[in-house]
Design a protein around this ligand. Sequence first.
Ligand code: AMP
Ligand code: GLY
Length: 421
Amino acid sequence: MKLLVVGGGGREHAIIRSLKKNPDVTEIYALPGNGGIAADATCVNISATDIDGIVAFAKENPVDYAVVAPDDPLVLGCVDRLEEIGVPCFGPRANAAIIEGSKAFAKNLMKKYGIPTAAYEIFNDLQAALDYLQTAPIPTVIKADGLALGKGVIIAQTREEALQAVTDMMANAKFGKSGSTVVIEEFLTGPEVSVLAFTDGRTVKPMVSSMDHKRAGDGDTGLNTGGMGTVAPNPYYTEEIAKLCMETIFRPTIRAMKKEKRTFKGCLYFGLMLTPNGPKVIEYNCRFGDPETQVVLPLLKSDLLTVMMACTNGTLAKTPVRFQKKHACCVIKASKGYPESYKKGYKLSMSARAAAHTYVAGAKLVDGKLVTSGGRVTGTTAVRSSLEDAIEAAYRLSAGVKFANAYSRSDIGQRALQAKK
Ligand code: AMP
Ligand code: GLY
């Protein structure tokens, strides 16, 4: 079988490594892939948002199945366009990807179907938003409606900060068109859990839970990033909570999307907060998380391609999705300065042992040698029988990944370890 994978980060590297385990897979094209992915797939220099380019490539190079991994091509209708030329895909169509593409849509969906989430108001008008903020409870949370690379969320600790954030988004177009509509919502507290779930639009099968570390610095300090490391499973997510989430969040969401004639097929990411009043949805993503995928897929016992195709074909109910009862930890190495400005172009070297456990996110090949090309450069994952051992092994393996100006958090998994104790 020939496969096409759209995307080029650590998440896509993890997906490709898992897909390759299926002996029927003979070729994987990664569009665009990256310098590290090139060791596992044929990289083609077509951007993940160049939908015309992707479709033209698939016409000239017939593939049996495509996996569209990042949010922007999904929201832009990459799956719809590939399906039109007869390529079956893993991933939602544009009309379902809106669950991530518009936070206003997601909030209204949850309200309509009684799915627990933070109380909120939606504004298209700056003055109305400013007026509302005069009496809104503080802290408050301000979110740009559209995609904003995970940066469109401001937790305002003071009224002034809140007024500034809304002005930046709505009047100063800080997030471009994504911020012309804003959601202002209730500030929630509690541990956060990421749950990725396979769904064929009717059946939903959650994967093992995980915990992201979004802030740049140790002790959850500094700026928000795409994620500096992950562990799975998440110790806060007990079996009892999992059951409750299935009944109050996962199934109702899938049913709601079907009812709205926006059947969601693919991976639906539930960003949850376990509040004192029960689990609530913080965000939906229409795709696998990054770097959640780098700890979840290494624990998957079932064949990834088989499960993905069951989501496409509507046969997920009778397809087993099993995970190892072990622990995984992923440590990201980033370029110093990320998520703001950073230098790139440094030589990246990996010991053979480290390379076997490392997913490359931001590196390209120059004269056959890897050099850094992004903020997050690598993610190194270890799977062990205990969380403690997985953390220790991930850091030990990560030491075999070297480039100038590298930085990692030193406390990935520590909060999870404390929660277990
Ligand atoms: P998001 O991009 O929606 O995942 O938001 C980024 C981060 O902001 C989340 O991971 C949470 O830590 C935080 N956050 C988002 N919404 C809320 C909320 N309503 N209350 C408290 N924290 C929030
Ligand atoms: N790691 C968070 C995300 O993928 O959105």
